[in-house]
Design a protein around this ligand. Sequence first.
Ligand code: PMP
Length: 329
Amino acid sequence: MTAPRILHEGFAGVIGNTPLVHLRRIESGTGCTLLAKAEFMNPGGSVKDRAALAIIRDAERRGDLHPGGTVVEGTAGNTGIGLAHLCNALGYRCVIFIPANQSREKIDLLRTLGAEVRPVPAVPYNNPDNYVHQSRRYAASLANAVWANQFDNPANREGHYTTTGPEIWRQTEGNLDAFTCAVGTGGTLAGVSLYLKEKNPAIRCVLADPSGSALLSYIKQGEPQPTGPASITEGIGNSRVTANLAGAPIDDAIRIEDTEVVHTVYRLLREEGLFVGSSSGVNVAAALTLAHELGPGHTIVTLLCDGGGRYYSRLYNPDWLREKGLSTS
Ligand code: PMP
């Protein structure tokens, strides 16, 4: 008897190869084709599954991580979720440092997934007790352990250079004029842009930035300078240029205000049936802005980074939105 052919090897085997969704109603009136990678369909629910896998595989290749080892990160978000799933699947211990002011749901979810969560005082980055520094020191104190270091570990963007970029190129058969997405670590935008520009330097690569972030000014003027009030978006925007973003071939940046984010997220839900988080709203709003800038006949690709289920208490809570003066229409 022949063994059945295993098409996908466990959790890690179903990360990536996400569908490219045609946003037919969102694009209407622009004369452009708008396409979005459904990253919320990754098994851990977000684009960050790719970074988590790339970082773990890189540590294994370097010989820093062996069976039974520990993966440590300071994160309150999707990277921690991806790491927690992968550590279960690959036989590692997962330790997540998180600022103590993060929501109960986030801490509970990470613990449910099997991570050891260590809440630490919420202090600024320049304080040595900041959660990022604590996670780095803890990893360094252990044998057979890796500090994921998603912001400055280039394995993150390499993961997008070897998977997300080639998938977009194959799925569009090279017929695309522009790519845009928001930046948290920069792994996605940098990795995809590096790959696409190698294939065709004319593809326009554009950073989509929420209010309050310093990256728009970095791209436009060469200096990171926070501008505008803090945004309601989560997981994106940055006050500094990470190692993952540095040197990426970015042509331009677009600011997307919160009113536009919320409007676009609810359009995605009501017109396309897609229930997604705030960074997806930034991305699709930026793709629409690009469509108007480039004019009819162009194809623009972006990402839907995670699902809406993680945002019930904020983005999908009408009372919370009203308090912020934001409207869903
Ligand atoms: N969207 C969401 C929901 C995220 O969690 C993140 C990562 N923080 C991003 C977008 C940005 O991705 P990257 O870190 O690759 O820049």
